[in-house]
Write a protein that binds this ligand. Structure first.
Ligand code: BES
Ligand code: MN
Ligand code: ZN
Length: 497
């Protein structure tokens, strides 16, 4: 998909398809009125007929000869918010995708959501277009025809807005393509997307994006004393991999941001096996890892002046004759011992060693881990916000702001010492579960025991990394939040307008 900005008088716009907005009551902006006049009053006629009221997410596809005009209702603009605008835009885009149009020009006529500038809309349009045109049909014997739409332009009147749009499209395309990669990896079945497959894809991404990639096999992992990580891999016939990807956009000695992604390519629960209903969705238990791939892809595309290290512990969690048993005690890379009371709380067992690796070997300015960690987080926050934990309130605020900017939102959860006692064990330094109360919080508390003396944040994406039901599929979150965070930390991309 190609994206560009457009300027000039709206009536001079040439496109196979034009998308304009209408407010409640069929109120049109100046650009829509000018286009309407040029195209024989087709929009005004639709309003007069009563076909177009401008109610939220209403879509009307009109035509004037060869030119398609898609009008999207925004409802009452005084009540407009991001969610409503995105829903309306998506409805309009779907109508365009159902047509045979190769190119589309979106006329941003005014900014219905007051807090947002033209760049935000442009970024969302780019991300949405890349999401809407991605079909998770790699494994189908007959793939659908690819969508015809290949070019999207965004028009706005003022020069200042055009500059914002150019920037928004550049960021939106990078985020969107990163999220596309994350969705692709997430949607692959676990018999394809194994730990070794992720390692191969890391090497491929390294070549494509100019990253240094290191892959540690089981022996090398054992040599690093990652007893906790290895305890999860024991039950599986698929060997684990520990993957490190390095992007260098700043001076060599500039300490990097570390992104640590949970890469459980399938989570059966192990000996504490899960019930079989919807267990297929546990192929998504590597979506944290996928978001690290996607974010590095975006960062490299934007050539951000920052160093970033991606760290991915990848393994299956399977039952088996050699599998870890409830009550087994293992020694983590940090030296702390863990009584594994539930083998289904495996994410924290692989992340704790990856975080210790980050702290000891990478020495980052800060580390963020991203994990489909707990069902409890889904109960707490549903499928809207990712759970955010941090041992540094300033970092938490930066991440919350990035999530709001990218519209890939997180919510700050408590990491108070009061919860730590739930992890105590009679036999080891800690247990790996804290009981049902505050299950997402105690998982974060477990990780906090491995990130002392390091600025650290944890994103629990169990509710946000994929959607279930008829539209089942990975979302590509939180590539938007992470990329926006890195853009803002690095002070913008090098080609910034
Ligand atoms: N991968 C799961 C978390 C999960 C479950 C994410 C369902 C999304 C949907 C994780 O490894 C897990 O099994 N966690 C357990 C922890 C419990 C045993 C303390 C959970 O949430 O039930
Ligand atoms: Mn589990
Ligand atoms: Zn898991």
């Amino acid at each position: 998909m190609e994206f560009s900005t457009r300027s000039g008088r709206p009536e001079a716009l040439k496109a196979q398809c034009l998308l304009v907005f209408a407010e409640a009551g069929g109120k049109l902006g100046a650009a829509a009125r000018a286009l309407d006049a040029k195209h024989g009053g087709v929009i005004a006629a639709a309003i007069k007929r009563g076909d177009l009221t401008g109610k939220s997410a209403q879509v009307l596809a009109l035509a004037d000869g060869a030119v398609r005009i898609v009008v999207v209702g925004l409802g009452k603009v005084a009540e407009a918010n991001e969610t409503g605008w995105l829903k309306a835009m998506r409805a309009g885009l779907d109508a365009v995708l159902a047509s045979a149009a190769h190119d589309l020009t979106v006329c941003l006529d005014g900014h219905p959501v007051r807090r947002r500038d033209a760049g935000w809309y442009a970024s969302q349009i780019a991300q949405m277009a890349l999401h809407a045109t991605q079909r998770p049909d790699q494994m189908k014997s007959k793939r659908e025809d690819p969508p015809k739409l290949a070019k999207i332009s965004v028009w706005a009147e003022s020069e200042a807005d055009q500059a914002r749009i150019a920037r928004g499209l550049r960021h939106g395309q990078a985020i969107g393509e990163g999220a596309t990669l994350a969705r692709e990896l997430g949607n692959l079945p676990a018999n394809v997307c194994t730990p070794s497959y992720l390692a191969d894809r890391a090497e491929a991404l390294g070549k494509e994006a100019g990253l240094k990639v290191q892959v540690f096999d089981e022996k090398a992992i054992a040599k690093m004393d990652m007893g906790s990580f290895l305890s999860v891999a024991r039950g599986s016939a698929e060997p684990p991999r520990f993957i490190v990807l390095r992007y260098q956009g700043a001076a060599k000695d500039d300490p990097p941001v570390a992104l640590v992604g949970k890469g459980v390519t399938f989570d059966t629960g192990g000996i504490s096996i899960k019930p079989s209903g919807e267990m297929d969705e546990m192929k998504y238990d590597m979506c944290g890892a996928a978001s690290v791939f996607g974010t590095l892809h975006a960062v490299a595309q934007l050539k951000l002046p920052i160093n970033v290290v991606g760290i991915i512990p990848a393994t299956e969690n399977m039952p088996g004759g050699k599998a870890t048993k409830p009550g087994d005690i293992v020694t983590s890379m940090s030296g702390q011992t863990i009584e594994i009371l539930n083998t289904d709380a495996e994410g924290r067992l692989i992340l704790c060693d990856a975080l210790t690796y980050a702290k000891e070997k990478v020495k980052p300015v800060l580390a963020i881990d991203i994990a489909t960690l707990t069902g409890a987080c889904v109960i707490a926050l549903g499928h809207v916000a990712s759970g955010l934990y941090s041992n540094d309130d300033k970092l938490a605020k930066e991440l919350l702001d990035a999530g709001h900017a990218a519209w890939d939102r997180a919510w700050h959860m408590p990491l108070w010492d009061d919860y730590q006692q739930q992890l105590s064990s009679n036999f080891a330094d800690m247990g790996n579960i804290g009981g049902r109360p505050g299950g997402s919080i105690t998982a974060a508390c477990f990780l906090s025991r491995f990130t002392r003396d390091m600025k650290w944040a944890h994103l629990d994406i169990a509710g946000t990394a994929w959607v279930s039901g008829k539209a089942k599929g990975a979302t590509g979150r939180p590539v938007g939040l992470l990329t926006e965070f890195l853009i803002s930390r690095s002070g913008g991309d090098r080609d910034a307008a």
